[in-house]
Design a protein around this ligand. Structure first.
Ligand SMILES: Cc1ncc(COP(=O)(O)O)c(C=O)c1O
Length: 396
């Protein structure tokens, strides 16, 4: 490997959201374990990004900063080379984050009481975007085939006909179920939504994180007509582990929808600029870090394989959902015969495992764990051994 995917920097008492959870549960630094929850990676930043940031610190004045033409070009050229999508720089509105962006989209294009479709279980802030803004959840539970989740298109078609259905927030690739939606599936979603005048907000933050054999289709690339009925939310934050720099891109091909978003943003965030260092890091990532990403994906894939092999051999009652995209493995623990709250206790107190509990992603997530596997492989092996010795004592 050209890059370092072995070193773990100390994140105890640093303000890291993920590591602060460990401290809350009384984990000591000398236990030498890492958390597997919040979706950032335990990999050091690509040196090309660090160099670009150092250069910026050495040479620039930290004044107000707008995205440069060069920044916008780097974003569009990534979309073309990595995703075969001809995006235009003028479609882009920078945003501090994707969560901010879908909250804003809900406020911009829907009214209180309007229905918003989610295919569940799903990334929990999407429920918040609906509930905190007093919109109504239109819940379309997905079908779990055991190893894969699928959209229930009969249910979606039926619920989309509800007169107050106004928006669908699509998670593509899907967190936490690890699906990379096929072109055919996306076409069906697009057709149902267009037929019923439902705007699609496609959260594609995980779009670069693909396992071998899976290709991502950008929702707006399906056709011009579909592009006119959607927002595509992307960021380099998950891909290159730079979420703390809070720089994302909202693509709105339809000029009228773009104007509305821009005007609405001005009310909630009158000066919607991103951080100067965020632009620098993002541009360096998109221009120079494709090779880093490819190596990173191979480590994630190796971790996925290590877990799959170990669990099928030692703990076959745990069902692993196929990981097509993201670095978030979705495990069905119900076969252990342990109540999910008791399992949470065993994980924390006995196995010293800190996953995201499945129930935070919705009712269907009960009894599941979401395992963030973007970390050096030795931590995965270590965790599997702790898992086995703790679970064997409690299994029914
Ligand atoms: C689907 C999805 N959207 C958005 C986010 C967070 O985006 P941001 O940090 O840009 O607000 C995450 C983080 O895990 C995510 O999984």
């Amino acid at each position: 490997m050209k890059y370092d995917f072995e070193t773990v920097h100390k994140r105890f008492n640093t303000g890291s959201s993920k590591w602060n959870e460990l401290v809350k549960f009384g984990v000591r630094e000398d236990e030498n374990i890492i958390p597997f929850s919040v979706a950032d990676m335990e990999f050091v930043t690509a040196p090309e990004i660090i160099d670009a940031l150092k250069h910026e610190l050495d040479t620039s004045i930290m004044g107000y900063e707008n995205p440069t033409e060069s920044y916008l070009e780097s974003v569009c050229s990534w979309m073309k080379t990595r995703h075969n999508w001809d995006a235009k720089p003028e479609w882009i509105l920078p945003s501090h984050g994707i969560v901010d962006a879908f909250f804003e989209a809900v406020r911009t294009y829907t009214n209180q009481g309007d229905g918003i479709i989610l295919t569940t279980p799903v990334y929990h802030p999407m429920y918040m975007a609906v509930n905190f803004n007093n919109r109504r959840l239109i819940d379309c539970p997905m079908i779990n085939t055991g190893t894969r989740y699928e959209i229930d298109f009969d249910d979606l078609s039926c619920k989309a006909e509800s007169p107050n259905a106004k928006m669908m927030i699509l998670c593509s690739p899907h967190n936490p179920c690890g699906r990379v939606w096929t072109r055919e599936e996306l076409m069906r979603i697009a057709e149902i939504c267009m037929k019923n005048h439902i705007l699609v907000v496609s959260d594609e933050i995980h779009f670069d994180l693909l396992m071998p054999g899976h290709n991502h289709t950008v929702f707006a690339s399906l056709s011009d007509e579909i592009a006119n009925n959607c927002l595509v939310l992307t960021a380099p934050s998950k891909t290159f582990n730079i979420a703390g720099l809070q720089t994302s891109n909202v693509f709105i091909p339809n000029p009228e929808l773009r104007r509305k978003f821009h005007d609405s943003l001005r009310l909630s965030n009158p000066n919607p600029k991103c951080n100067i260092l965020g632009y620098v890091a993002s541009e360096a990532a998109y221009r120079h870090c494709a090779e880093w990403l490819d190596e990173c994906l191979s480590v994630i894939d190796a971790n996925r394989k290590a877990i799959t092999e170990f669990i099928s051999r030692e703990l076959p009652m745990i069902k692993i959902t196929n990981l097509e995209g993201t670095y978030l493995l979705w495990l069905d623990m119900n076969g252990l015969g342990i109540n999910h709250k008791e399992l949470e206790r065993i994980n924390h107190e006995e196995a010293r495992l800190f996953f995201d509990e499945g129930y935070i992603f919705g009712k269907q997530g009960e009894g599941f764990e979401r395992w963030n596997i973007a970390c050096p492989t030795r931590y995965i092996y270590d965790a599997l051994e702790r898992m086995k010795s703790a679970y064997i004592k409690h299994m029914k």
